[in-house]
Write a protein that binds this ligand. Structure first.
Ligand code: 5AD
Ligand code: SF4
Length: 494
């Protein structure tokens, strides 16, 4: 009798959509890495996927609306094929797991930011039982701090370089959660208590990444510069100590970090940024408002005077450093006069760029409890526009100040325009400078992943245009294998 043919391997496919910040981008990378080890392949076609995941953000209402409309879009696939699994993961899942299932009952899986490691196992249970699964961490007031901390697991498993948009750049989480409790912000609830990772495990991850060909790591944390690890025996690793250790990793070329809290910008950190050659000379330090009264209601824990002091000190200690900021416009009680103070500071602070957001009232925050959301949406829009226009003028001045300079660029891939030309020839490439400016120049694809010098000849608001000194790289690169070009499948930042 002929033996039965071996069963064809079951290929399961997963589709993922990611909304939000770098934390979410990294979480999606890690979740997909784990699912791949479980036999899944990634698809960018939601219609055919066996598993559809939505990694969500709750920072603004708009981000949540996007997720609900995406869920509405894929609902018919689930109705047509009940075997498909739909999962909502991340911040919205942690914050309002039950509400999601009420609004979208066809969602099978709800997993909060602190439980992502459970996804492969839970998906398996759903496949076998069709029973919906929910895994969220404790709320901040559900238990004592230690138990709440434990319920938010640090999720940093082995990485899958295939998932990153480029193989030579990676995010590394050094801290989870946030303890600042700015009154407008949901993050302390959605990502739990602030916890710093053990420096050895961070180092280990960086070494593995470098072995895989990574040249640049971006250290991420909600308030990354408040990183501190207490070893329990009196020893303490500060952020600057951690950076120094990471700097020693051979083969690593660049280190960035985001996002900073103004009050925690200590001199030891600034000096490390100045002295360590691999450290990018760029600080993202959100100010949020130019008015002390508004900052007080936001509970940002600093005044405008403190921020100016920090800004001057940073520029004094790190010559040429680029600084960028975030602003919220239309926060509760923001009068015309208080908004004008945000305009004044953008006018004078010489930020490289600023991210500007309309205030969005978030359930569960102190601001919603304490203050009416009293700035009409039309006024928020106008203020957003005015502040952005002013920042754009300042950004243009900042970019123009780079004309004539020779800058060091890590080449990330073809620019949007370059991507329209066929690979292989000379086309427009894009990269970032040591001050986080975007630079474009012409060159062959084999420069992707290289660090080279670009002479800047032109500048628009957010882009520097120049010519690459390819001679210094081309000699060595001719024989090198062609760099893998960026692939962004499945990680669209919606
Ligand atoms: N509304 C608008 N913007 C917000 N941010 C955080 N919470 C809110 C909110 N409720 C902004 C802050 C923060 C950035 C990541 O998002 O500017 O720095
Ligand atoms: Fe939110 Fe403030 Fe923490 Fe940033 S520092 S995540 S704005 S609470």
């Amino acid at each position: 009798m002929t033996p039965p043919l071996p069963a064809a391997p079951v290929i399961k496919t997963v589709y993922i959509e990611t909304v939000g910040c770098q934390m979410n981008v990294l979480d999606s990378e890690l979740v997909i890495g784990a699912l791949k080890r479980d036999g899944y392949t990634l698809t960018d076609n939601s219609a055919v996927a066996d598993l559809m995941l939505f990694n969500t953000c709750s920072v603004r209402e708009h981000a949540e609306d996007k997720t609900f409309s995406a869920l509405g879009r894929v609902a018919p696939y689930k109705l047509a094929n009940p075997d498909k699994v739909i999962g909502v993961i991340g911040c919205m899942a942690q914050k309002d797991g039950d509400a999601i299932r009420e609004r979208a009952p066809y969602v099978d899986l709800v997993v909060g930011t602190g439980q992502l490691a459970k996804i492969p196992e839970l998906v398996q249970i759903i496949r076998e039982t069709r029973a919906p699964q929910l895994a969220v961490s404790l709320g901040r007031k559900d238990a004592d701090r230690q138990r709440v901390e434990l319920s938010f697991e640090s999720y940093d498993p082995t990485r899958d370089p295939e998932m990153r948009s480029t193989p030579f750049q990676a995010y590394v989480r050094i801290q989870i959660g946030c303890d600042k409790f700015c009154t407008y912000c949901v993050v302390p609830s959605t990502r739990g208590p602030e916890q710093s990772r053990h420096p050895d495990s961070i180092l280990n991850e960086v070494r593995i990444l470098v072995d895989q060909g990574c040249k640049e790591v971006t250290l991420i944390g909600q308030t990354v510069n408040s990183y501190a690890y207490d070893h329990g025996d009196g020893r303490r690793t500060r952020f600057s100590d951690l950076i120094l250790r990471i700097h020693d990793v051979g083969g690593l070329r660049r280190i960035k970090f985001v996002t900073n809290f103004p009050k925690d910008m200590t001199n030891d950190l600034l000096d490390a940024v100045r002295d360590l050659p691999k450290l990018v000379k760029y600080l993202h330090v959100p100010l949020q408002s130019g008015c002390d009264d508004v900052l007080g209601r936001m509970k940002r824990l600093y005044t405008i005077g403190d921020y100016w002091e920090m800004l001057h000190r940073s520029r004094e200690r790190i010559p040429g450093v680029a600084v960028s900021s975030d602003f919220i416009v239309g926060f509760c009680g923001e009068s015309d006069a208080s908004f004008q103070k945000s305009m004044d500071i953008v006018d004078r602070a010489k930020f490289k760029n600023s991210f500007i957001f309309k205030y969005s009232e978030r359930p569960g925050t102190k601001a919603m409890e304490r203050y009416p959301d009293d700035v009409p949406d039309g006024v928020k829009k106008q203020r957003n526009h005015d502040l952005l226009m002013l920042q754009n003028e300042r950004s243009l001045e900042d970019s123009r100040s780079m004309i004539g300079k020779a800058v060091e660029v890590l080449v990330e891939g073809p620019s949007r325009q370059g991507a329209k030309s066929a690979p292989g020839g000379i086309r427009q490439l894009i990269g970032r400078t040591m001050t986080d400016h975007i630079a474009v120049f012409d060159g062959p694809d084999r420069l992707v992943g290289e660090i080279l010098t670009v002479d800047i000849a032109e500048a628009s608001g957010f882009t520097l245009y120049g010519a690459a000194r390819t001679g210094e790289v081309l000699g060595g690169v001719g024989a090198a294998p062609a760099a893998r070009l960026p692939r962004r499948m499945g990680l669209s930042l919606v």
